[in-house]
Write a protein that binds this ligand. Structure first.
Ligand code: ADP
Length: 227
């Protein structure tokens, strides 16, 4: 079985009135474990659609998507929801933390969703938070965290189920330059040390130095950018 993410000739149409919009046009990409890939492109070029399909939130109109070897076009909704929970870690533009949970519990709630919290879950959460420089913030609530700390909590949360695939949607959108570098370099570090297949959609050209490959999206077409 091939781990990571593979898309083969993926096309996505949206109906808009009597028109058909081609949001993705024969997109092919393969992201291996340990690889950190960036996707850049103007607004409306298809990046969100691409990320939604990569995250099993949307089904492609045509083509094949394999997440960790599972062909997602043949999976039921229940199976897809399991894949999203177990095999994909999402990092969004804003951290989307739960206001009434402390940092440690933000991670443990992920485990609670798929069963009971065990001692090793607590240990793993603490280890992740230490790695991300949040060891002294385990009991802090989101309103006491800086933007960078919130986003680092969100990275730890995305890693909590130990998924093979990490999808980040403009993770630096709300951060200043210093925090942005901090957050993306930490994503890169985790991708390497934990061998994840990661895709980051970004507008931020300064963040591309952390990525192994840069793809450009243009009018629904994806191509490898010269580096
Ligand atoms: P980006 O994330 O790069 O801004 P999107 O994936 O959001 O691009 O959009 C790609 C194209 O698909 C755009 O033309 C957009 O208007 C269209 N589109 C996106 N979502 C929908 C939808 N739910 N219904 C109809 N058209 C959509």
């Amino acid at each position: 079985m091939i781990k990571g993410l593979q898309m083969n000739e993926v096309t996505m149409y949206y109906a808009e009135g009597s028109n058909r919009i081609t949001a993705l046009d024969h997109v092919s990409i393969s992201v291996e474990l340990g690889e950190f890939v960036a996707v850049v492109g103007p607004s409306g070029s298809g990046k969100s659609t691409f990320l939604s399909i990569a995250g099993a939130l949307l089904k492609a109109s045509e083509g094949n998507v394999r997440l960790n070897g599972n062909n997602i076009s043949t999976q039921t909704e229940k199976e897809l929801s399991n894949i999203r929970l177990q095999e994909i870690g999402f990092i969004m533009q804003s951290s989307n933390l739960v206001p009434y949970l402390n940092v440690l519990d933000q991670l443990l709630i992920v485990k609670r969703m798929s069963g009971k919290i065990k001692r090793e879950d607590r240990e793993f959460a603490t280890k992740l938070l230490n790695e991300l420089g949040l060891g002294s913030k385990l009991k802090s609530f989101p309103d006491k965290l800086s933007g960078g700390e919130k986003q680092r909590t969100a990275i730890a949360r995305a890693l909590m189920n130990n998924p093979n695939i990490i999808l980040a949607d403009e993770p630096t959108a709300s951060l200043d330059t210093k925090r942005a570098h901090e957050v993306v370099s930490l994503i890169a570090q985790e991708v390497k040390s934990r061998q994840k297949a990661a895709i980051m959609v970004t507008h931020d050209e300064r963040m591309l130095e952390y990525c192994d490959k840069v793809y450009r999206m243009s009018d629904g077409g994806l191509s490898l950018a010269e580096s």
